[in-house]
Structure formats: structure tokens, C-alpha cells
Write a protein that binds this ligand. Sequence first.
Ligand code: ZN
Length: 444
Amino acid sequence: MKIGLEIHIQLPTRTKMFCSCPSTGSGGPNSRICPGCMGMPGTIPVLNKEAVLIGIKIAKLLNCTVPDIIWFNRKIYFYPDLCHHYQITQYETPIAGKGVYYLGKKPIRITEAHLEEDPGIVTRSGDGSLTDYNRSGMPLIEIVTEPDIATPAEAREFLTALLRDIRHVIDLPDDGERTIRADCNISMTGSERCEVKNVNGLKNVEAALTFEAVRQTKVIKAGGKISRETRHFDAERKVTTSARKKETVGDYAYVCESNLGRIDVRKLTEGVVHKESPKNMAARLEKEYGISGKVSEQMVNTSVKLAELYEYLAKKADAASALKCVTGPISSYWKALESSADEKKEPLADIVVQFMNDRINDVECSIMIRSLITGENIERTAALSEDLDALIKRAIADNPSVVDDYKKSEKAANRIIGFVMKETAGAYPSADIVEATKRILDRM
Ligand SMILES: [Zn+2]
């Protein structure tokens, strides 16, 4: 089985790709349009520099080459979602040339990534079609991979990792205002490929590909042939249906978009400040601080800010003490701490240093950290903590097999956590129970 993806991501620029219409807003259909993105005769596109800059950042993240000079093309086709009957896209000089993205150790080759404008949205209604051009001219990047993905589950894993990195590197908010869609190409060994168009969401990508894998295998087993075609995904029924025979490049006419001319991007490329991706950060933390890859991934997955806090504390104290505090009370209280992590990082460092120098033990350290985060005074936090610890120890004494099971898998702690939560009926925050149970089991 071979799977390749084409991923369309709307870019977080303030305005559209070739005009000054705002890229977000809630004024209803056709409220963010102008003669430019409506394709009126006499209008001339003006390139959004911010979109090019974001394109370069993505190119660098994907280890792609960036050409010195780029230009745009008109992809000509007739459909009501495009006012000027062509889409401005990059055909000959994609902003990102060949590259590679590593999923763990596995390389997924990137064919290219190009900038283009999104078309409008056509909605079929009872007696005709309705068209909303708010989306027309929205800046997009389309990332094309080689068919290096082996299974639908791997496709989802790849997309999850890739999108996490892209969101961080280009500051793409996760507020649902910008869409991410994927075209999924899949073929069985020695067979033609089918493309499932416009699939939204990670779960749906996996579901669409899984459905296609089963369908294509059945057709081949029954002696049939898979013909090259484009298919739609029905997210409700989780099935794909035939849409049309696959179009080829020859079905479109591409001409140069001469109104935009040739653009020298060398200065932009040299000047681009590239943020470290979460994936690279996890790998670097593992190497620099000698922590396990699983733990560094976990920290980064919770939040890049948490991983940054770990690094700050590891520098102020040492890697092991910082790790104990970050994976313990700090992770348990991360939701409460996240927004004030910057202002509390110095007092946190003081506590971690005291712990490193054995001036306080792990229980005292945990109490001080929790008190700092919640604002509750230390005596009260300590008293509550003592009661809770006693309760957990009793629960463990009643279920002694938990101790050995926990050494094999941390999941065993859930038996105690669940029991204590039920027993205390909301008297303690669940974060406290989780943290204390793990701390006590760690010592046993
Ligand atoms: Zn416009």
C-alpha cells in the first residue's frame, strides 16, 4: 500500500493573498470581497509578502530548497467558485522544492509545496447554487508528499506531527478560523491510485484511507481493476464515492501570471527567523539533558511552553531535579500555571534549586510548588497533602499488587487514583490525587 498526501493549509496572514480584504471576520457571505478578489476587469493582483515569508518558513521546516526567483501561474478552469476563471498558483517555481520530513526515523519525502489562492465556496441549494466569495483569494500553501506513507494510521501520525510543527513555526492558531484539508492518494501494490479530495480532520483522513484500502483490496481480490479516479469522502457515513475520472495536468492550461512578474526572494529567505519546531526541540532536549525521548516528547506535546520551562529550570538547577518537578507537580498543575508560567518561573527555579541541594525533600518540594501555583498558603496545602497521602497509602496497602504492576506500567496507578477520587468525592483536585499517587508509588 502506498499513500501520498496533498495538504492545504490556509495561512495566518491579516489580509488575503492578492488584495487587501481581511482574511477573517464574521460579516456573513460575500462580506469580505473587493473588485480584486471578485476578478473584475482592470484589477491587478498585489502579492502578500507575509504569505511568501510563511511559505519560506514552511520550506525550511520541511528541509526543502527555496528558489532564488519565484513567479506565479494562472491555472485556468471554469467553475463558479473562481470569479476570474483561473486560480493564481505556483506551477513552475514552488516556494519549496524537494525536501524531507522525518516521522521518528522514517523519512517522508516532500515533493514540493506551493503558494496559491483558495477559491470561493459553492453550495448547492434546491433550485440552484449559492456562491460565497469570502474564501476566494485566501492564502494557501499546498504541501505535496511522495507516496512514502505505509498505512492509514501512519498517515494520521504523520499529519499530527507535521501540523503540530507547522502550527508552532508559523504561529497558526488552532481556533478553527483557518481550515486544513487533505487530498489523500492511495494505491495498492501494482495498481492505479485513487485520490480522495478535500478531507477535513485527522480522524477523517485515517477513516477515508482505511475505507479506500478495504474497497480497493476487495475489487482486486474479485478480479476487478482499480481505475484512476477522484473520489469524495462522506464524513457521516465514513465512505468514499466516485466523483470523476482523475484529471491530469493536461486538463488544465497554465499560463504565467504576468501581472505579478518575477519575484527575487533571496533577501527574504536570508532574513527569515526560523523558530525551532516542537519535534526538533524534543530531540534536542533528549540529547542535551539526557532525558528519555518519550518524556521529552510528552513535555513538548503538553505544551512547548512547558518544555521551555523545563529547560529554564534545568539550567538554573540540574536536569534531574528539574525533570522530577516538571513531570510531577508542575505537569499536574500545568493548566493552572500555563498563563502565568513566565512570571512564576523564577520562584519555581528557587524551589527546584533547594530540592537539588537537599534542603527540602520531594514532598516539601511538591507542596511548595503547588502552593506557588494555586496561591493557597503552604500550611494548608501541607495539611491537605498529609491527609491525602495517608489516604493513598491506605489504599495501596489494601491493594498491594499495585506496587509491582506500577513498575511494569504506569497505568496501574489509575486503580488507586480512581478509588481515591471516588472516596474523597471532589474534596481534592484530581491533579493533586494523580500527582501524589505517582509520587508515592515511585518511592515504593
Ligand atoms: Zn479582495
